[in-house]
Design a protein around this ligand. Structure first.
Ligand SMILES: Cc1cc2nc3c(=O)[nH]c(=O)nc-3n(C[C@H](O)[C@H](O)[C@H](O)COP(=O)(O)OP(=O)(O)OC[C@H]3O[C@@H](n4cnc5c(N)ncnc54)[C@H](O)[C@@H]3O)c2cc1C
Length: 574
């Protein structure tokens, strides 16, 4: 081929790649389908048609809209006053942003939460939507889901009647969407330093006037704010914090708040994050005020942390799809780059993390469904609570690594904002790492839960039970290994809780890493057993083997030639 032909060929390859990269998404993700079949059982068939509809509506056209709404010139703008100078505190979005929102809301991602036991389904829809890396709506969906849970669990009959129907609304134009404002300028990790004040409203029991500044206010356009504030005279620290529902507008005017500015952000840019000053905003208490912090962590942040993990999984999957399909069409040195072992190694690692993150996240969603329906008990709730925190951390880290590797596969083209979604995903991934609790904050909370409430026992027992259920004869040696790993992690945790607080604080993140690896292996094994029982592919066994070599043994291909073969097999599929 002469040089001119090579250039023409490369250009049409790239064009064809962009046209086709996004076709047949559900069918090309058999691991996801099997995971869902395992968790949904008999309900899978009825849910599949809804998922297919989501896929059909989020094809290449949708992708273009998301790209459009994220362009620099189309980002949200603040309009504080109307033509007559009255405060309106409005955020103005590009039409493409709203067009994307129509699809998000009509997917039913929030509406399914009307029925108890729908977390897996909600997560499945969110995961498909999140593959577009559209944090601009994924974040409002997560915040709204948190408000829904708060009301479902703690709302009075009157509060539920007033808010739930519009929070669960499927129609974008009629929806009520929520935000959660906790962080103040003095710190997001140390929430106990919150200074926003709540003063009881005279003659209106349960209602308060809220004043003070919130420093990071995502979904600044929301119709309903969940706000943490300290009741006058309440104790210092997290103990004195209450939770309040603050409607954006009262009688057609902003409810005692001013949007000082929108943040100029690295990622999640199509969504408006503002700095807000409250000055006597009218809000009503939700749940007992003295339980405000407990409800914030246990319900609101807990929900967003699972959605955060879904967003991380969606982004990883997207990065994998982009990189894998690109590697199949891109030529270098007369070969498709997917033929190079080093490319296969990267793709295999990306796939491994993508599979592990998805399986651990859906394990938690299934636990939530069980806890909310057939099996509500403290043990399951405790195991799940720890699982949610460590999974938020682990999937967020995995996501950044995976997207970065996707960019590596695309080479220089991978760094170009309008060539693929990967640069945007990478910027968003950094935000996904820090909001809803930074890595260290999550680890510190896990340590507190171990030291003060002994929750590690429930977490270990839950995984121990799942290991006991692994009875398939073909998994024998893997099960022996995972039992050893469980014992090792258990010993590490025992050592941690027995040591002095300062040493424990220095060690906790390393222990959490071990806990995450153990969880990954258990979910792989559980899925592998289901696959074997249902005559399905053996790819999860390959994934397990690769995970052992890479993550547990830090193996080197010179000593372990099977590594290269496993890479090749895992990299060959999506
Ligand atoms: C784009 C974006 C949108 C956001 N939207 C919202 C929102 O809508 N609502 C909201 O309430 N918040 C929001 N946040 C804030 C976010 O939740 C905080 O940034 C986060 O909680 C961390 O707080 P901080 O930034 O103040 O960091 P800091 O608390 O100042 O922490 C700085 C560093 O110190 C580390 N650190 C802190 N404590 C410890 C410890 N005990 N041990 C070890 N290390 C520690 C942290 O891990 C971190 O690395 C948003 C953030 C971003 C980036």
């Amino acid at each position: 081929m002469n040089q001119h032909d090579a250039a023409t060929c490369a250009r049409s390859d790239l064009e064809a790649w962009r046209e086709n990269v996004w076709q047949g998404r559900l069918d090309r993700n058999p691991f996801f389908s099997r995971l869902l079949r395992r968790h949904l059982g008999a309900r899978y068939a009825e849910c599949e048609s809804q998922l297919r509809r989501v896929v059909d509506e989020t094809g290449p056209q949708f992708n273009k809209l998301v790209m459009e709404s994220n362009r620099d010139e189309n980002l949200p703008l603040l309009r504080r006053h109307d033509a007559d100078g009255r405060p309106i505190e409005e955020v103005v979005f590009h039409p493409a942003y709203h067009a994307v929102g129509q699809v998000f809301w009509s997917s039913g991602v929030l509406a399914v939460l009307t029925e108890p036991g729908s977390e897996v389904m909600c997560g499945a829809i969110a995961y498909l939507l999140d593959q577009h890396g559209e944090a601009g709506h994924a974040c409002p969906v997560a915040c709204t889901a948190g408000a829904i849970k708060l009301l479902q669990k703690l709302g009075s009959d009157d509060q539920r009647r007033r808010y739930l129907p519009s929070l669960l609304e499927i129609n974008y134009d009629r929806r009520l969407h929520a935000a959660q404002f906790v962080t103040e300028v003095q710190g997001g990790s140390d929430v106990g330093l919150n200074t926003c004040q709540a003063v009881p409203e005279a003659n209106r029991p349960g209602w308060y006037r809220i004043s003070g500044e919130k420093w990071f206010c995502s979904v600044a356009d929301a119709g309903l704010f969940v706000v943490s504030a300290r009741l006058e005279g309440a104790p210092a620290g997290t103990e004195g914090l209450g939770l309040f529902l603050v409607p954006r507008m009262i009688n057609g005017a902003p409810n005692g708040f001013a949007l000082r500015r929108l943040k100029y952000k690295l990622g999640t840019r199509s969504m408006a994050t503002g700095e807000i000053e409250f000055d006597g905003a009218l809000g009503e208490a939700i749940g007992a005020l003295e339980d405000g912090f407990r409800n914030l962590v246990g319900i609101v942040l807990d929900t967003s942390r699972v959605h955060n993990a879904l967003a991380a999984c969606g982004s990883m999957r997207r990065a994998l799809v982009e990189a894998h399909s690109f590697a199949q069409i891109r030529l270098a040195f007369d070969r498709r780059i997917i033929e190079f072992s080093l490319v296969q190694e990267i793709l295999a690692r990306m796939r491994l993390r993508t599979m592990a993150g998805l399986a651990t996240t859906f394990r938690l969603l299934a636990m939530t469904d069980r806890a909310g329906t057939v099996e509500a008990n403290d043990e399951l709730a405790a195991a799940r609570r720890i699982g949610v925190m460590i999974n938020k951390y682990w999937t967020a880290v995995a996501s950044t690594l995976t997207i970065r590797e996707g960019i590596e596969i695309l080479g220089g083209n991978g760094t170009i904002e309008d060539f693929s979604v990967l640069p945007r995903l990478y910027r968003d991934a950094i935000v996904v790492e820090s909001w809803e609790g930074t890595h260290n904050t999550l680890c510190a909370q896990v340590l507190r839960d171990f030291a003060n409430r002994g929750l590690h026992s429930a977490w270990l027992r839950q995984l121990g039970g799942e290991i006991k259920d692994l009875t398939h004869s073909e998994l024998g040696h893997h099960v022996t290994r995972v039992r050893d790993l469980h014992r090792e992690v258990s010993n590490r945790i025992e050592l941690l809780v027995a040591t002095d607080p300062q040493t424990a604080a220095a060690h906790i993140r390393h222990v959490v890493d071990c806990m995450c690896r153990l969880t990954d292996v258990v979910v792989f094994l559980t899925q592998a057993q289901w696959d074997l029982e249902h005559g399905e592919r053996r790819e999860v066994i390959d994934a397990l083997e690769l995970y052992r070599l890479l993550e547990l043994e830090r193996a080197n291909p010179q000593d372990n030639p099977e590594l290269t073969k496993l890479n090749g097999r895992l990299a060959s599929k999506l």
